[in-house]
Design a protein around this ligand. Structure first.
Ligand code: NAD
Length: 364
C-alpha cells in the first residue's frame, strides 16, 4: 500500500518538469519531450516502475555515456517486409517510436512486417509500442530482452541468467486497444525499485537469495540501499524469479533468443571483461494488419469474444473479470483526474537530479 505522505503531482506539471531535466542534461527539446511523454505514459498506466522514477538513473546513464542523446535508427538489413535496425544506444523512447513507425509503414503496405531492434536504450513500458501500432489499426507482438542485463534466475536455479524480458501483444479496437504487457519475471525490476523507495512491497518469493531462500527484500537485488538514490542491481547478491515456474522461465529464455540472438543485439550474460557498463533493449516485433488476413468482421469478433470472457461469473462477490489493458485504462483516467502519486523518496530524487542540472523544480 502507498504510504500516507504520497505526493499527487498533476501530469500537466510533471511532464514538462521531466522534459526540462532531459533538456538540461543534453537532449534536444523534442527528444526530451518524447522521453517525458513516455515516462508519464507509464505512470498514467499505473506502471510507476517504468515512469518518472527512472529519471535519475537515465540521467546517470547519459552522463556515463551508456545512453546517447540525439540518436536515430541505422538500418542493418532490410527487405520489404522485415528489417533489423540498430538503435545506436539512443534513448529507447525515441528509438522505440522510430522502430514502430518502420514496422507500421511496412505492415500497412504488405499486411505483415517483422522488425528486429537492437542496441536500444531502455525502451520503458512496452505497452506504449503496442498502443502506437494499434493507433494505426495493427495487431502487434513484441518480445523484449536486455542485452548486458542480468537480473532473473531461471527455473530451478539461483544465478541470474535472464533479464525481466517483457512480452506484449496489442489488438486494435475502435474504442481503445486490448493490450497485454508484462515482464516474464514475477515482478518487473522497477517494482523492486519502487519498493526500495518505500512504495508498494513486492510479494514474498519475487526474489531469491544465493542460498535459495525466497525473499521480498529489495536489498536482495540492490544490496544496501540506505543513503543513496541511484539503485544498482550489480550490488545485490540475489536475483529476481521468473513468473509461472518453468513456463515463465521458458518464455524469458525465448525472449533472449528472439530479441537477443535473432536481432544480433546479444543476450543477457556476463558483461565483457567482468566490468559493468551499458545495458540495451532488444525487441523483436511482429505487426499484422487484420484486414489483409481475410478475417471478416475482426473487430466485431474480438468484441463479442471479449464480452463473453468478461461475462464469466466473478470468483469473488465484489470481483470482476478484466481484459488485458483494462487496469491501465482505468488508472489513466483516474490519474489524469487526480495526479500521479509519487513516493516522497521518488520526488526527492527528482528534485535532487533537477537541481544538479540547474532546473528549478515546480512547487507541489
Ligand atoms: P503486471 O504484472 O502489472 O501485468 C500487467 C499486465 O497484466 C497488463 O497487460 C494488465 O492489463 C494485465 N492485468 C493486470 N491485472 C489484471 C487483472 N486483474 N485482470 C486481467 N489482466 C490484468 O506488469 P509487470 O510484469 O509488472 O510489467 C510492468 C511493465 O514493465 C510493463 O509495461 C512492461 O512492458 C515493463 N517492462 C519493461 C522492461 C524493459 O526492459 N523495457 C522490462 C520489464 C518490464
Amino acid at each position: 500500500m502507498d504510504s500516507p505522505d504520497v505526493i499527487a503531482v498533476p501530469a500537466a506539471t510533471l511532464e514538462p518538469f521531466i522534459a526540462q531535466i532531459f533538456n538540461a542534461a543534453g537532449c534536444q527539446r523534442d527528444e526530451a519531450e518524447c522521453i517525458a511523454r513516455h515516462l508519464l505514459s507509464a505512470n498514467l498506466a499505473g506502471h510507476d516502475s517504468h515512469g518518472v522514477i527512472r529519471t535519475p538513473r537515465y540521467i546517470f546513464w547519459l552522463q556515463q555515456g551508456f545512453v546517447r542523446a540525439g540518436q536515430t535508427l541505422t538500418i542493418v538489413h532490410e527487405t520489404p517486409t522485415h528489417a533489423i535496425v540498430d538503435g545506436n544506444f539512443g534513448f529507447g523512447q525515441r528509438i522505440g517510436e522510430l522502430a514502430v513507425d518502420l514496422g507500421i509503414a511496412k505492415a500497412q503496405q504488405h499486411g505483415i512486417s517483422v522488425i528486429g531492434l537492437r542496441n536500444s536504450g531502455h525502451a520503458g513500458r512496452i505497452g506504449d509500442w503496442a498502443e502506437q501500432a494499434a493507433g494505426s489499426g495493427l495487431i502487434s507482438i513484441h518480445f523484449v530482452n536486455v542485452a548486458g542485463g542480468e537480473l532473473v534466475a531461471p527455473f530451478g536455479g539461483v544465478n541470474r541468467r535472464f533479464s525481466t524480458n517483457p512480452i506484449c501483444i496489442g489488438v486494435p479496437l475502435a474504442e481503445g486497444p486490448i493490450i497485454l504487457d508484462f515482464a516474464t519475471s514475477l515482478v518487473a525490476e522497477g517494482k523492486v525499485l519502487v519498493a526500495s523507495n518505500g512504495g508498494k512491497p513486492v510479494p514474498h518469493g519475487a526474489l531469491i537469495e544465493p542460498d535459495g531462500t525466497l525473499s521480498s527484500d529489495p536489498r536482495t537485488l540492490y544490496g544496501p540501499i540506505e543513503g543513496t538514490h541511484v539503485r544498482d542491481s550489480a550490488q545485490g547478491a540475489g536475483a529476481l524469479r521468473a513468473f509461472g515456474e518453468h513456463k515463465g522461465s521458458g518464455l524469458a529464455f525465448m525472449c533472449e533468443i528472439l530479441a537477443g540472438c535473432l536481432t544480433g543485439g546479444g543476450t543477457s550474460g556476463p558483461v565483457e571483461g567482468g566490468k559493468r557498463s551499458r545495458i540495451a533493449n532488444g525487441m523483436l516485433s511482429i505487426y499484422l494488419q487484420p484486414g489483409s488476413f481475410g478475417a471478416k468482421e475482426f473487430e466485431k469478433s474480438v468484441r463479442d469474444y471479449a464480452a463473453y470472457v468478461k461475462a464469466s461469473r466473478p470468483a469473488e462477490a465484489e470481483g470482476e473479470v478484466l481484459l488485458p489493458g483494462e487496469p491501465e485504462a482505468r488508472n489513466r483516467a483516474e490519474r489524469l483526474a487526480r495526479g500521479i502519486p509519487l513516493q516522497p523518496e521518488t520526488w526527492a530524487a527528482l528534485v535532487e537530479t533537477a537541481k544538479s542540472l540547474g532546473v528549478t523544480p515546480p512547487s507541489v
